[in-house]
Design a protein around this ligand. Structure first.
Ligand SMILES: *Cc1c(COP(=O)(O)O)cnc(C)c1O
Ligand code: SF4
Length: 531
């Protein structure tokens, strides 16, 4: 078949990228620096030229042709003429490429500009792609080990499958002392002593399921760090900043500092006590669930406050409440006309996914059909994302309007690029939207050893722009009497006259960004003239 583009060459049809590509291909190289092009390479180019001429609809042969020519020029210094390729024929190919591509992309645009951009983009994720399984193994990657851990723990605790698969069983057999932990994990005596010293002051509670995620022999295991209190918590020195509960609690169980959003702290119970918990004081005594009267007082505050449109049921952990209690709370909130949306905050699907039972799903579905219900959770490491957790969130995704993750930035848990990138990607793959990343609070010196400098978090967030899907990037916050954004500013400079210089987070390249002038902005809108 004949080449579909024939006739005269119209150089005006070439765009600036084509011109640059041709300049590159035909730039003269000093003869003595040229190296020999192998016959194999020449044959390859000629073959792609033939295919380019004959194929009617494909652009790839032309891309291959020009890419090979570019690479030959770059490695051997040889122009197309040097290897016997006719310049006019290449011009015709460039024109044919542009007329074949749906978006009129030129061959120069593709080969000279886009492919190198894609190449450097790929280089930015190369280390992540290569090393994420080693640097940040997920609950999926570790399945074999976790299954074996389960077998061992079940045997040691004398736990039936039925107990394992139920929330009540997971709570009943929860591990609360160093000795118990030593029985199921191979841990050094020094650590056991240290744990025993601490649990008198700070509570420990680990569900057998969550304990099965701990990888034996892994020093600084991210699950261990989050669940097992260590001597640091007592030895850390510093000033304890009083909890701000009374500053923000206008009514019983209620925390409010937004005019339109408030929380009901419905219980202080959790399936586990996290070693960095902001609510240390809240959870540190003993478990409580409020009476119905107490809830009524909280609900009354919401009923009488018409500005409130978003109510977050939290704790402790909201899912420590019974299905019946949650159903009652949802039903009451759904009856209040000015409450338009709801949230439930719980880390229990991560620590005991067994809690997500059919009845709870049914309650969510019913309430979500009346007014949107969002599920807010906390996953800090991919090691917490197992097939069970994935399944629990898949089910929740079908009966809620969104699932949002609030992670805490923790030393040794998620404070490297590969760990954080994998966390946000796997969250998305488990139907969860990364929502907030909290800098671990200064408020409690007890967990100072887990804190990460603000700048490290900023670098982590910054590293995601341009590399990770935009809706996988969480907002980075400090909690200090409210949530305060910590993101790095990418306005490099504001010039006189108001034009901005912006910085690309992924490359550092600075680009001018002319602003809209305030004068123009204040002019009447276009349709005003038809008044
Ligand atoms: C976090 C929080 C909220 C919810 O904040 P969003 O920014 O809407 O997620 C509301 N009330 C209190 C007291 C909170 O701590
Ligand atoms: S689940 Fe939340 S409230 Fe409960 S201990 Fe962990 S961080 Fe604290």
């Amino acid at each position: 078949m004949e080449c579909s583009v024939t006739g005269s060459i119209d150089l005006k049809k070439l765009d600036k990228f084509d011109v640059k590509l041709f300049e590159l291909l035909y730039a003269q190289t000093e003869t003595k620096t040229k190296t020999e092009v192998s016959q194999k390479e020449i044959d390859e180019v000629k073959e792609w030229l033939e295919v380019s001429k004959t194929s009617q609809k494909l652009t790839n042969p032309m891309v291959q042709l020009f890419d090979k020519l570019k690479s030959i020029k770059e490695t051997h210094g040889a122009t197309p003429e040097d290897i016997g390729i006719d310049k006019d024929e290449l011009y015709l190919m460039a024109m044919k490429h542009k007329s074949t591509d749906e978006h009129s992309v030129s061959i120069g645009g593709r080969v000279y500009s886009a492919l190198p951009i894609a190449k450097t983009a790929n280089e930015r994720v190369a280390d992540y792609i290569k090393n994420h399984k080693k640097d940040a193994p997920s609950g999926f990657d570790l399945q074999d080990q976790i299954k074996e851990n389960r077998r061992k723990i079940q045997a040691k605790l004398n736990m039936s499958d039925e107990d394992w698969d139920s929330y009540s069983g997971q709570i009943k057999y929860a591990i609360t002392s160093g000795e118990q932990l030593a029985e199921i994990l191979d841990i050094p005596q020094k650590l056991i002593d240290d744990i025993q010293r601490v649990v008198g002051v700070f509570r420990m509670r680990i569900s057998p399921y969550y304990a099965s995620l701990i990888i034996p022999g892994q020093v600084n295991d991210p699950i261990l760090i989050q669940s097992v209190p260590t001597g640091d918590m007592i030895d850390n020195k510093g000033i304890n900043i009083e909890p701000v509960a009374s500053d923000h609690s206008p009514a019983r169980l209620i925390d409010q500092f937004y005019p339109r959003v408030l929380t009901i702290k419905a219980t202080n119970m959790c399936a586990m006590f996290c070693t960095y918990c902001l609510r240390l004081d809240h959870i540190s005594d003993k478990d409580w669930v409020s009476s119905k009267n107490t809830y009524e007082e909280a609900l009354d505050y919401i009923r009488s406050n018409e500005n409130v449109r978003d109510v977050l049921i939290t704790g402790g952990d909201a899912l420590a409440l019974s299905n019946k209690r949650l159903e009652y709370l949802f039903e009451e909130l759904d009856k209040i006309p000015h409450v338009k949306i709801k949230r439930i905050g719980s880390r229990i699907p991560v620590m005991t996914p067994q809690r997500i039972d059919d009845k709870f799903l049914e309650i969510c579905a019913k309430s979500n059909a009346i007014k949107p219900l969002r599920f807010v959770t906390q996953i800090n490491t991919v090691q917490e994302i197992t097939p069970e957790v994935h399944e629990a969130f898949y089910k929740l995704s079908k009966v809620t309007s969104a699932i949002l993750n609030q992670a805490v930035l923790l030393r040794g848990v998620n404070d490297t690029q590969n760990k954080m990138w994998k966390l946000v990607e796997l969250l998305q793959e488990s139907y969860i939207r990364p929502y907030y990343l909290f800098n671990c609070s200064f408020r409690n010196p007890e967990f100072g050893h887990l804190r990460v400098p603000i700048s490290v978090g900023r670098d982590l967030i910054e590293s995601m722009y341009g590399n990770i899907a935009g809706d996988a990037i969480p907002r980075y916050l400090a909690t200090a009497g409210g949530k305060i954004p910590l993101h790095r500013d990418n306005v490099a400079q504001i010039n006189e006259g108001g034009d901005y210089i912006l910085r690309k987070p992924w490359s550092g390249e600075e680009v001018p960004y002319p602003d809209m002038s305030m004068e123009e902005y204040k002019k009447p809108l276009s349709f005003d003239k038809y008044k």
